[in-house]
Every structure is written in C-alpha cells, then in structure tokens.
Design a protein around this ligand. Structure first.
Ligand SMILES: [Zn+2]
Ligand SMILES: [Zn+2]
Length: 254
C-alpha cells in the first residue's frame, strides 16, 4: 500500500502547500483521501481522475473537501470521458450530497439542474467496515466540531490510520491499535485554554501513537501559522518510533 501526500496544510493553505489531500494506492485501487483546496492539481500529476476507485472524506470542512467541486467539474465537463466510467463512489458524511452540491452551484437554478448522483455514488459513512475492492476501510466517529470520522485503511496485513480532524479520544486509540502508520492531525503546539473540540497538538498525537502502539507517526494538518518545528519537537519527545512532518509529494510505503 502506498500513501502520497498531495496537500497537508491545516484549516487554510500555506504558501507552499495545499490543504488536506492524499492518494492511497493498493492492488491497483486508487482512493482520493480528502480533497482540500488545491490538491486536485497534484492529484492529476499522479493519476487520471477518471481512474479513481473512490473518494473518502473524513468530514465536510472546506479544507478537506473544497476541491470536490474541481473534481465535479472535471468529471462532468470533460469532453471525452472513458467509456468505462460509470459513477465514482464517494464515502462521506451523510449530508455530503446536499452540502457538496450547494458548494458547487453558484445559483439556485444551477443547484436545481445539478444532479450529483449522475456522477457520484454517495455512500454515507457510519461506524463499521467498508470495502473498495480488496482494500478494507474501518470507520470510527471522532470528536470534532462537526460529524467527523477517522479511517483505518488496510490491505494484505498493512494498515494506515488517518485521524481526520479530532481531539484525542479512546475511539482513535482503539482504531489505531498496532497500525503501521498513523497520519495524524497535529494542528498546533500545546496552549492553555485551547478549545477542546477541534484538533490535537503534536504532543497529543504522540501520546495517542504510543497508547495505540503504532509503528510510525506522520504529522499533518499543521496550521499555516503554527510552529512546525515545535510541533515536531513535541511529538518526538513523547513517541519513541519514527516521527515526521507530512510534506507535499512525500510518499510512504506501508
Ligand atoms: Zn481541517
Ligand atoms: Zn475540520
């Protein structure tokens, strides 16, 4: 299984990086994991969007799904779609069809005419297991300001866990138990009085990684105004395995 970082900036793009977006490939299956603003370009460097087997969205904040609109335009306006293309599966929170349509259409008329179900097969997420070909996706609800999920993506014994946006919670530790790689929301450094319903700090991700016994920790979703080196230093202090900051273009073999 291979994970490629398309974008990794948290909440808003940084000067040199789009927001959340990753490509997961295994056994010929391609899954776009999050489609934050700016990642549709790098995605096309790696595959033809018509070749995607699924889109997986942890939640519907725009730093995780703004480029769903770009994907929609590409798939619907392309003059020569492959004959084999039917509909693209989208595993996302239950209100994704209406929310993504509203984000795409510029007027009520356009919204009335926009039938996303012609292009996408929306599958509402819930706690449990989903499959895309031979790839297994275990889904667990997380603790964020809105409906949000984390994923454990597995193939042939290898497992990758993506936290989405969440604060630390037992559900995340359980989902990540023994994973080969934990791709974790590490928005900021510790700060007194921080809201307890949004994100993890670098230190908190490493505590989760240690409790879950993961092999490798990759920090992502660092906010553009956060101290990246500090976030990394805090994580390294509390986790004894390999820790790194996600970078656009980085690839991990899991
Ligand atoms: Zn976010
Ligand atoms: Zn969010």
């Amino acid at each position: 299984m291979q994970l490629t970082v398309l974008g990794c900036s948290g909440s808003a793009p940084g000067p040199d990086r789009p927001t959340s977006g990753y490509l997961v490939e295994a056994a010929g299956i391609r899954i776009a994991l999050e489609l934050g603003g700016g990642v549709f370009g790098p995605l096309q460097q790696r595959c033809d969007p018509f070749e995607l087997d699924a889109v997986l969205l942890s939640h519907l904040h725009l730093d995780h799904c703004a480029d769903f609109s770009a994907l929609t335009t590409y798939l619907r306006a392309h003059p020569a779609p492959p004959a084999s293309f039917d509909r693209l599966r989208v595993l996302a929170p239950s209100h994704a069809p209406s929310r993504l349509a509203a984000a795409h259409a510029a007027s009520e008329e356009e919204l009335d005419a926009l039938r996303l179900a012609d292009t996408f097969d929306f599958v509402p997420l819930e706690e449990g297991r989903f499959t895309v070909g031979p790839v297994s996706i275990e889904v667990a609800p997380m603790r964020h300001i809105c409906e949000a999920y984390a994923f454990r993506i597995s193939h042939e014994g290898a497992s990758l866990v993506f936290t989405g946006d969440t604060v630390p919670c037992p559900e995340l530790v359980a989902l990540a138990r023994g994973a080969d790689l934990l791709l974790a929301d590490a928005a900021w450094r510790e700060q007194a009085g921080r809201a307890n319903y949004l994100h993890m700090s670098g230190r908190e991700t490493s505590v989760v990684a240690t409790e879950a016994g993961v092999r490798r920790l990759v920090l992502t979703h660092v906010l553009p105004w956060s101290d990246r080196d500090g976030v990394l230093a805090d994580a390294v202090e509390a986790f004894t395995g390999p820790v790194s900051l996600a970078e656009p273009g980085a690839t991990y073999v899991v």
